[in-house]
Write a new protein. Structure first.
Length: 138
């Protein structure tokens, strides 16, 4: 059922030693893995343009993030999904789009300024949107 020679590795005092034939196919000492190489390059300072158009020094990782955000703003669905998931987390609540008409909100009673205030509050992390809406209608 098992090879009795394989139990020798489990005996107390058996250790891997440099030059051990069991380690001959491992990574050579001092060779960096891909994650380390990528992180080193992503932290290199480069010339870049911030969203307001100014040329500044910023890490390459920031340039990558700005490129993804730019693609999202252009309507790239994959980029929109990437940004929304990484910035706000995965959506956990499913919205029922087949609600009866009486359950829907009449947005026409709100001014543009009130709607903007509501949007700003929601972006700041207000969890209970219904409380805000009830204040206006009540």
């Amino acid at each position: 059922m098992y090879n009795p020679n394989s139990l020798k590795n489990l005996e107390k005092g058996t250790k891997f030693t440099p030059g051990d034939s069991r380690m001959k196919h491992g990574r050579t000492a001092g060779v960096r893995n891909m994650k380390t190489v990528l992180l080193d390059w992503l932290n290199v300072e480069t010339d870049g343009t911030d969203p307001s158009g100014n040329t500044i020094q910023l890490p390459l990782v920031d340039k990558v993030a700005l490129a993804i955000i730019t693609k999202a703003c252009e309507g790239n669905v994959s980029a929109v999904n990437f940004v929304s998931v990484h910035a706000f987390g995965k959506a956990t609540e499913q919205v029922d789009t087949n609600k009866e008409e009486e359950d829907r909100i009449d947005w026409s009673v709100y001014t543009e300024e009130e709607l903007q205030q509501l949007a700003n509050l929601m972006n700041k992390g207000v969890k209970d949107k219904q409380e805000i809406l009830d204040k206006k209608s009540g």
